[in-house]
Design a protein around this ligand. Structure first.
Ligand SMILES: Nc1ncnc2c1ncn2[C@@H]1O[C@H](COP(=O)(O)OP(=O)(O)OP(=O)(O)O)[C@@H](O)[C@H]1O
Ligand SMILES: [Mg+2]
Length: 325
């Protein structure tokens, strides 16, 4: 059965998350790259016509999800693929669930020996019950300034803010709560922000791709800094000495393994002024637009990104038609 040939890749993007637009751009790029390799591609949105479309897929079809944010990255859509027994590129539903939830992922990553900023996680209901006038000063005192506030489950830095003075804290909390019911509060780690993408090769080994250093004008890689031309500079490969590069690559691979991820991932890290590497979060469906970090890293290797996506799709098919998935 392992002779099954790749007949079509269904690139799934859009959906109803806050990152719908970015996802559509990611999907378009992945589709173009696959077509350049002679692969038949259909681009589909995640809406009420999706289940009938998936149910009618011919054998040899593989799904390539490029859905960002909730549903796309929290495991839900991959549970659907698994229920339909359809092959797909990327991590399993279970692995997505533990990765998308930032506090859960940090706990697991810390247990494999990686530094993570200590976080407090507060649901909106705690503010209502205990009163913001008492909680806010406690947060400021116990976490210290500057601090970072972000939704426990989110992406593209939506609802994330750096708080440098106590006066900025209430607005930061309101902004984070507008993207989810739980908010993470953690110390702001000063240093160099990097992204390390990891690709699983066909023999099962992990490759850490060239590191991207992100230098945002504001010192924080916000939503605007991501999607407004000229606000951020990227350096690929990052100008790091070999010891720091190796350390960061090792952290990203440990994150990938520790969370049980599959095929590809992108870890967002900070190297502090003492050369220590801190884990911020991991992306199971990293951005794939022309300016996204993983495609920049692939380009720096000289590897054809379409060929890489095709390889991942073929491997997903092989998983399905070999003994275990
Ligand atoms: N503890 C921290 N210290 C310093 N900067 C931070 C910290 N946490 C987050 N940031 C900044 O906020 C940005 C967004 O945070 P993070 O990557 O955790 O969330 P995200 O919204 O899920 O991002 P993505 O779109 O990459 O999935 C980071 O790129 C970084 O610039
Ligand atoms: Mg991030």
């Amino acid at each position: 059965m392992s002779e099954m040939k790749l007949s079509r890749v269904l690139v799934l993007s859009g959906g109803l998350s806050h990152e719908r637009d970015v996802s559509i751009r990611s999907g378009r790029r992945v589709a173009e790259a696959l077509r350049s390799q002679g692969v038949e591609v259909s681009e589909v949105d995640s809406d009420s016509s999706l289940l009938p479309t998936l149910s009618a897929l011919e054998p040899g079809s593989v799904i390539f999800p490029t859905l960002h944010g909730a549903a796309g990255e929290d495991g839900a859509i991959r549970d659907i693929f698994e229920m339909l027994e359809l092959p797909y590129v990327g991590s399993t539903a279970d692995a997505c669930r533990r990765s998308f939830d930032k506090p859960v992922a940090k706990g697991i990553v810390e247990s494999v020996g990686i530094r993570v900023p200590a976080s407090r996680v507060l649901p909106h209901s705690t503010f209502r019950e205990l009163g913001a006038q008492y909680l806010l000063p406690l947060i400021e005192k116990s976490v210290g300034l500057p601090l970072m506030v972000k939704p426990a489950k989110g992406g593209s830095a939506l609802g994330a803010s750096v708080v440098r003075s106590a006066a900025e804290l209430p607005e930061a909390m309101i902004s984070a709560f507008s993207y989810g019911s739980d908010v993470v509060i953690e110390p702001f780690i000063a240093g160099r922000e990097i992204a390390v993408s990891v690709i699983e090769e066909s023999d099962g080994t992990l490759t850490a791709l060239p590191i991207v250093e992100i230098v945002a004008d504001s010192g924080f890689y916000s939503y605007d800094a991501r999607y407004t031309a000229g606000l951020t500079e990227f350096f690929v490969p990052a100008n790091l000495d070999s010891i720091l590069s190796a350390r960061a690559a090792d952290v990203a691979k440990k994150v990938h393994m520790g969370l049980g991820l599959r095929d590809l991932s992108r870890s967002d890290l900070i190297i502090d002024n003492n050369g220590e590497v801190w884990f911020l979060e991991v992306n199971v469906a990293p951005g794939m637009t022309e300016t996204s970090l993983l495609p920049q890293s692939v380009a720096a290797t000289g590897r054809d990104i379409g060929a890489l996506y095709k390889e991942l799709a073929e491997r997903a098919l092989l998983r399905k038609y070999s003994t275990s998935q």
